[in-house]
Design a protein around this ligand. Structure first.
Ligand code: ARG
Length: 457
């Protein structure tokens, strides 16, 4: 096929260079947005009297037919085309002749591609937000069943203080709500139309960018035409939001992997989200969680690739920018794929409360509560902390836990100990008495649950 820009050249592009230059394999997925942008553009050109309204009508109707044909599989994307913009325009001209050639008045592929990606990312970001909301629904499903299920909370992966399983899960839910708002913030900044920036300097035609932007659902227009075609900050911002989301999914995956090991056995994953080993018959592997953890690296890579592509680019458009889509589309595909399997894996995961409780009973995780007990009897916290440290040391030496010592033994460490100490170090009491806002106590967990439920679909 002759290039649209062939006029200036005396020789065709080398075949391999042509393939190398082409982006159709990656940008054809924006065909809908490309047509949407062209329809709005043709309508604006007619409103402004730049092309005739009969011509615009013909262009718009045929663009609609092309869209239908692509969606129904009646028209195949030509893999030889340079990119999706060239393909749609060539198809239009093939169908309606010279009138089709009027569409590209007061426009360049530089502003066209900038519009297309924004429209495409707006749709995909909404889809990803929806998937995160579904994940929040699964977390709520689990957490609401485990509001009083006790497990050890960890710091340094050492048993630290008793918490509820719900409280732990809701910590992840909070992270995911921030992922939702982070994506929303990026979309807000992205949702301005660069259409009409043209190649880089604007145009001599009397265009109306505002109405065109409105027709495409943008909140306004970009104010500098050079920036309009050169800016890919929105890709960086979204990639960074996706990388953060993946980091959260990866931390969660890591815990699911630990929890489902024999060493922890806090949860059992459903058979439909685990795999077996080809040699070890006993194995039930958390591959899905591991792959989500692994694919996080890929999305970080996409973010780095995008930043690196942009870092040395002079203004305005440079062909390097065609690489933006490789990174952002890969990140979108990966994030969607991960969320689609991660959510049902969490939903169907079975918690094993007895094992959690057993682990909670062994690590002196009520030692802080014992110190608080003395403090409430008037002993300064640091002094109480020291006494409890001595008691823990004594227990470790004698292979005992705090609940095993008699009151007489306790009183040899401090005279303020009384019978009610056993109630104070009971794990259920420890959890229930954590009444501070945002703590693991029931009232706070209920409050968190209703906050998160607001985000679910
Ligand atoms: N395929 C190109 C891209 O994705 C479209 C813009 C091309 N513009 C140009 N002046 N060559 O960036």
């Amino acid at each position: 096929m002759d290039k649209m820009w062939a006029g200036r050249f005396s020789k065709a592009l080398d075949k391999q260079a042509d393939d190398f230059n082409s982006s159709i394999h990656i940008d054809s997925r924006m065909y809908k947005q490309d047509i949407q942008g062209s329809v709005a553009h043709a309508a604006m050109l007619a409103r402004q009297g730049i092309i005739g309204s009969a011509d615009a009508g013909l262009i718009i109707a045929e663009l609609g037919n092309i869209l239908d044909d692509l969606q129904n599989g009646n028209l195949a994307i030509d893999e030889q085309a340079e990119d999706i913009h060239m393909f749609v325009e060539a198809e239009l001209t093939k169908r309606i002749g010279d009138v089709g050639k009027k569409l590209h008045t007061a426009r360049s592929r530089n502003d066209q591609v900038a519009v297309d990606i924004r429209l495409y990312l707006r749709d995909e970001a909404a889809e990803i937000v929806f998937l995160i909301k579904e994940l929040l629904g699964s977390i709520v499903h689990q957490a609401s069943q485990h509001k009083t299920t006790i497990m050890p909370g960890y710091t340094h992966l050492q048993r630290a203080q008793p918490i509820t399983f719900a409280h732990h899960l809701l910590a992840y839910a909070m992270m995911f709500t921030r992922d939702i708002t982070r994506i929303g913030d990026a979309v807000k900044r992205m949702n301005l139309s660069p259409l009409g920036s043209c190649a880089l300097a604007g145009t001599t035609y009397n265009t109306d960018r505002e109405s065109e932007a409105k027709a495409l659902g943008f909140d306004g227009i970009t104010l500098n035409s050079i920036d309009g075609v050169s800016d890919r900050d929105f890709c960086v911002e979204l990639l960074s939001a996706f990388a953060t989301l993946m980091m959260h999914l990866s931390r969660f995956s890591e815990e699911v992997i630990l929890w489902s090991s024999w060493e922890f056995k806090f949860v059992e994953l459903d058979d439909s989200y685990t795999t077996g080993s080809s040699i070890m018959p006993q194995k039930k592997n958390p591959d899905i969680a591991e792959l989500v953890r692994g694919k996080t690296g890929r999305v970080y890579g996409d973010l780095m690739a995008m930043l690196t592509v942009l870092k040395g680019l002079p203004l305005a458009y440079n062909k390097d920018m065609q690489e933006d889509k490789e990174s952002i589309f890969d990140a979108i595909d990966t994030v969607k794929q991960c969320l689609t399997v991660f959510t049902p894996m969490i939903h169907t995961m079975k918690a094993l409360p007895e094992n959690m409780l057993q682990a909670a009973q062994k690590g002196f995780i009520n030692a802080t509560d014992l110190a608080d007990y003395l403090t409430k009897k008037g002993i300064p916290f640091r002094a109480a902390y020291k006494v409890v440290g001595q008691i823990v040391g004594h227990c470790v030496q004698n292979n005992k836990v705090l609940e095993d010592l008699s009151l007489e033994e306790y009183q040899t460490f401090h005279e303020s100990f009384e019978e009610d100490l056993y109630e104070a170090i009971n794990l259920h009491t420890c959890v229930e008495s954590r009444i501070s806002a945002g703590g693991t106590g029931l009232a706070s967990v209920e409050q968190q649950l209703s906050y998160i439920t607001e985000f679910t679909v």
